[in-house]
Ligand binder design. Structure first.
Ligand code: SF4
Ligand code: SF4
Ligand code: FES
Length: 270
């Protein structure tokens, strides 16, 4: 029996003639859904955003209908801002760094890409969603260092090198929302703040000045919006494109919230 080997990247480039892009079309969460299929000539090294830009130049479906160009978000085009996050062939990731050669499904001489918006945030239109909830949760958790004014703060306090390295890993979060999309506990039906905000709460709790707001963060993390919602499914850490150590942060804050509750019971927490 001869086993068919999947085509290599070089073989895909040799075979592919066209890129087929299927886009889920909808305006607002309650609007009617339809799918539009577009085909564009294959070029090497295209990413999903450059393919969508080709479609926008001539938004004619494979049935020959001229339609409104698909709507999507993008800003940095270098996987830094997180705004282009969408479901690409069922996987959540950034469209600007998703190379067609890597993400498309080869079908004869066509490479197929199916694009859907994130499901956990309210839909604006097509591939564009309203991610405000994610930013509102950062505000709730006071994910900042409280230094108002321009006076001389003096030398920064030295930090343990392990803590510094861990904080650097947490600081790589670009608020893209992939972890919320994958988290079974984060949905419009729950008030859970989600893994990214928890990671940022720890980032600022570990900061020499940021920790002055730690009791206020703990009050949110021990509330019904907080950390007890986490079912430890670990989906979040698997999909994070920046390798943010989310489950390590959740485990550490779980311990810290227990200490906070004891301090509260003793009347020595804020
Ligand atoms: S923790 Fe990772 S997946 Fe979650 S928002 Fe930040 S960068 Fe995106
Ligand atoms: S570990 Fe917690 S936050 Fe991460 S996906 Fe699972 S339930 Fe969500
Ligand atoms: S456009 Fe900024 S991450 Fe893709």
């Amino acid at each position: 029996m001869t086993l068919l080997k999947p085509p290599t990247s070089a073989r895909i480039e040799e075979m592919a003639q066209k890129i087929r892009i299927k886009v889920k079309r909808q305006t607002g969460t309650d609007g009617p859904v339809r799918w539009d299929t577009f085909e564009i000539p294959y070029k090497t090294n295209m990413n999903v955003i450059s393919a969508l830009m080709e479609v926008r130049k001539k938004p004619v479906t494979t049935e020959g209908s001229t339609v409104e160009p698909p709507v999507w978000d993008a800003a940095c085009l270098e996987e830094v801002c997180g705004s282009c996050t969408m479901n690409i062939n069922g996987n959540i990731r950034q469209a600007c760094s998703a190379l067609i050669d890597d993400v498309a499904e080869p079908m004869g001489d066509v490479l197929e890409v199916v694009l859907e918006p994130m499901q956990k945030f309210p839909l604006i239109r097509d591939l564009s969603v309203d991610r405000s909830r994610m930013f509102d949760n950062l505000v709730k958790l006071k994910a900042w260092v409280p230094i108002d004014g321009s006076y001389d703060l003096g030398m920064a306090q030295a930090q343990d090198d392990h803590v510094r390295q861990f904080r650097y890993a947490l600081s790589r979060c670009m608020t893209c929302g992939c972890c919320m999309e994958a988290c079974p506990q984060f949905s419009e039906k729950t008030s859970f703040v989600g893994p990214a905000a928890i990671g940022q709460a720890l980032l600022f709790n570990l900061h020499p000045v940021g920790k002055t707001l730690s009791d206020e963060r703990m009050a949110v993390l021990t509330s019904e919006e907080g950390i007890t919602n986490c079912g430890n499914a670990q989906n979040c850490v698997k999909v994070c494109p920046k390798g943010v150590p989310l489950t390590t942060a959740i485990a550490q804050l779980n311990r810290d919230t227990t200490v906070h509750k004891v301090k509260k019971w003793l009347g020595i927490a804020g």
